[in-house]
Design a protein around this ligand. Structure first.
Ligand code: SF4
Length: 353
């Protein structure tokens, strides 16, 4: 399901932009439409109030929890089922963040990522992306949304931008707390610059070597690391907040001192920060995690040489935290189709994709 379909369904009931906005606000905050209103009939068209429960029912069924995996660091990795029985991963992060998936599978095929192994299975609709946040809000407070789960957001750009717009506008997430993560795609750089809500940007770089990057991210757009950093630095100036450069650190692959020096040449004195994330072991990947001491040395050296660097653990390392690892164990759940009586009263919104 996509958000424009939802807007169109509401408009058919006579809802104006203000009514639609209040409907979206109640959904994204996981609150009833009548919350804070003693007489909702005075605030919304009658036809909209008749249809609203069935629409809300459909939205509530977009994702349903399958399993939850709490980790020692306070994060909780959720496996959620979509209406067609396919499953996606959503992670509740410490400090009121949530990491959402934007696609089922992924076409980029990064060598170190479980999600990329099966290619793209299907796109998520914008409503399915927002529904992950709504579900998270049913469990805990959410003030930050990062689009770093399964999928490459630039490959589902329209849906992700719709989700960002609703989450920033009606969902009241601060713009810089919405983090669009990409391997670097010219269409995404162009589109983000034109958005009324400009999210923060995270660029998955992983290496300063073009040849190595082609190997590690075989189907990412073929832009050189220099061109990617230029585009990221330009967006940082435009949005006003630093771009996070993501670097999955793999032993003997991209953790050598040649990379340290090249990072300094590429990134110092720019509005960029580097996140070093030691690789999370994935069975059969052929890559290994470097020692924590080595990663810490690298972070210290880079900080001393003018690149603001943070060494991070990926959330929930003790619970199969590699992107797509949970889903690989349970890719689908059985769907039991049951017609809900309310559905007869509402326009049926299409499946995503
Ligand atoms: S790391 Fe991200 S872009 Fe690469 S295959 Fe996995 S989901 Fe896709």
């Amino acid at each position: 399901m996509h958000i424009p379909e939802l807007r169109a369904a509401l408009a058919e009931t006579g809802a104006g932009p203000g009514h639609t906005s209040r409907f979206l606000r109640s959904w994204t905050h996981n609150r009833p439409l009548s919350a804070g209103r003693a007489h909702p009939e005075r605030h919304f068209p009658q036809a909209m109030l008749r249809v609203a429960p069935a629409l809300q029912e459909q939205l509530a069924k977009l994702v349903r929890p399958v399993s939850e995996h709490p980790a020692a660091d306070g994060s909780r990795r959720l496996l959620l089922a979509l209406q067609d029985g396919k499953t996606v991963e959503t992670v509740l992060l410490p400090r009121q963040g949530v990491c959402v998936s934007t696609q089922l599978g992924c076409a980029v095929g990064c060598r170190f990522c479980m999600t990329g192994r099966d290619g793209l299975i299907r796109q998520l609709g914008s409503a399915e992306i927002v529904a992950q946040v709504v579900h998270a809000r049913s469990l805990t407070a959410v003030r930050k949304v990062v689009f770093m789960g399964m999928g490459e957001p630039a490959h589902n750009l329209t849906a992700v931008l719709e989700a960002i717009d609703v989450l920033g506008q009606e969902g009241q997430i601060a713009h810089k707390q919405l983090v669009f993560s990409t391997v670097g795609d010219p269409r995404a750089f162009e589109a983000l610059a034109a958005q009324r809500i400009k999210p923060a940007l995270a660029l998955s770089l992983h290496t300063t070597r073009a040849d190595l990057r082609r190997q590690l991210l075989p189907r990412a757009p073929d832009l050189s690391p220099q061109a990617l950093i230029e585009a990221a630095a330009h967006y940082a100036e435009l949005s006003g907040y630093p771009v996070q450069v993501q670097w999955t650190l793999m032993h003997g692959v991209n953790d050598g001192t040649d990379e340290w020096e090249a990072i300094v040449a590429l990134m110092s004195r720019r509005r960029l920060m580097l996140n070093l994330i030691p690789f999370n072991d994935v069975e059969g990947s052929g890559y290994r995690r470097p020692s924590w001491e080595h990663a810490a040395d690298m972070a210290r050296w880079l900080n001393r040489h003018g690149v603001y660097t943070r060494l991070r653990r990926s959330a929930g390392q003790d619970v199969e935290a590699g992107c797509g690892q949970l889903r690989t164990r349970q890719p689908e759940v059985q769907v039991v189709k049951r017609r809900h009586p309310l559905n007869a009263a509402a326009p049926t919104l299409g499946a995503s994709g």
